[in-house]
Design a protein around this ligand. Structure first.
Ligand code: EPU
Length: 311
């Protein structure tokens, strides 16, 4: 079934692999694409009525869908109000479905500083804020001034920066769904933001397999150490399970080669974690979210799949 202009677009038994940067995994019982808070409210209400869990998919850049898919409603905030960008320089109000890479380049073209650290980071604004995406050059939480959300029961709320609890690759929003956000950028000298953006982009291009099918860094960096360096020192670069490969370029990336399955990636993740634990006594925590299955596997890693992604 598909919706009219004012109703969500529903697709039953929808393949999710093409919606993720890994390009792996099974189907969603229902995929709902929404363009407005009203449509999102309708999807949440239907999911409550049918007692289905709701998963929010941004750009699919940090998720691994299990091969047997997701028994629930996967909702994507895309187009319409969720793709709107309102410039009120140096501030900007952005819908959660706005493409992060496009916003980043547009901001530096306008000689605005604050998002250069996001060069080379894929995904949507909502997804990036939800996980406080960033890297050694900074993270998006630093420029988030306000966020507007809706929770699974349909209640809307505005959050100020200091209420958002940003930390390393996390924020305190829990299960709440981001609808839009206000970012506070700052004016920079002509060309300066673009120059910085290019430097960050160049660093990534040289050190990361940006063109490969992956979900970026698989593990969070443990306190005071680098997951990539630990995996590298454990001799895991180039290790494979089926079509899943530990990137020879950056050891914290697992890339999917031809014929890879989500289960190959999950097995390789387990192998890497065990090796790093054996060699260095460090228990690596997943950064990538794993969706689907009965949650048992996720519980053995970091619980993200059930406790943060599902309602
Ligand atoms: N290193 C190795 N071998 C490797 C990879 C890295 O020895 O295979 C060493 C590097 O030489 C460096 C250290 O480990 O001394 C840290 O590596 P890098 O500078 O590449 O940064 P990172 O901590 O691995 C973080 C983010 C990246 C982000 C970069 C750059 C995490 C888990 N990763 O990587 O984010 O792009 O900084 O800002 O925080 C992501 O979140 O998906 C991601 C890729």
């Amino acid at each position: 079934m598909s919706g009219s202009d004012s109703s969500p677009r529903y697709v039953e038994n929808a393949p999710l692999a093409p919606l993720t940067s890994f390009g792996l995994g099974g189907r969603a019982r229902v995929l709902a694409q929404v363009e407005s808070p009203g449509q999102l409210g309708a999807v949440l209400s239907k999911a409550r009525d049918e007692q289905l869990p709701v998963y929010v998919l941004g750009g699919g850049a940090n998720v691994l869908i299990r091969d047997d898919g997701v028994d629930g409603v996967v909702v994507q905030l895309k187009g319409g109000e969720f793709s709107r960008v309102i410039w009120n320089t140096p501030r900007v109000v952005v819908g959660a479905g706005v493409d992060m890479a496009r916003l980043t380049i547009e901001s530096v073209r306008r000689n605005l500083s604050g998002l250069e650290c996001m060069a080379g980071i894929p995904g949507t604004v909502g997804g990036c804020i939800r996980m406080n995406a960033g890297g050694k050059f900074g993270q998006i939480g630093d420029v988030v001034r306000r966020v507007w959300t809706v929770d699974r029961s349909g209640c809307r709320r505005e959050w100020k920066h200091e209420e958002l609890g940003f930390g390393y690759r996390r924020c305190g929003l829990g299960d709440t769904i981001i609808e839009r956000a206000e970012l506070a950028l700052s004016p920079s000298a002509p060309g300066a933001a673009m120059q910085r953006y290019r430097e960050v982009w160049e660093f990534k291009r040289k050190s990361q397999p940006l063109a490969a099918d992956s979900a970026g860094c698989v593990f969070k960096n443990p306190p005071g150490a680098s997951a990539g360096a630990l995996i590298d020192r454990a001799g895991m670069k180039g290790a494979t399970v089926g079509g899943a490969v530990v990137s020879p370029e950056h050891a914290n990336f697992i890339v999917a080669s031809d014929g890879a399955s989500a289960s190959d990636v999950l097995t390789l993740i387990d192998v890497v974690r065990r090796r790093v634990a054996d060699e260095f006594g460090v228990d690596l925590e997943l950064e990538v979210q794993v969706w689907g299955g009965d949650g048992e596997w996720a519980a053995r890693t970091d619980g993200l799949a059930k406790s943060e992604s599902r309602s």
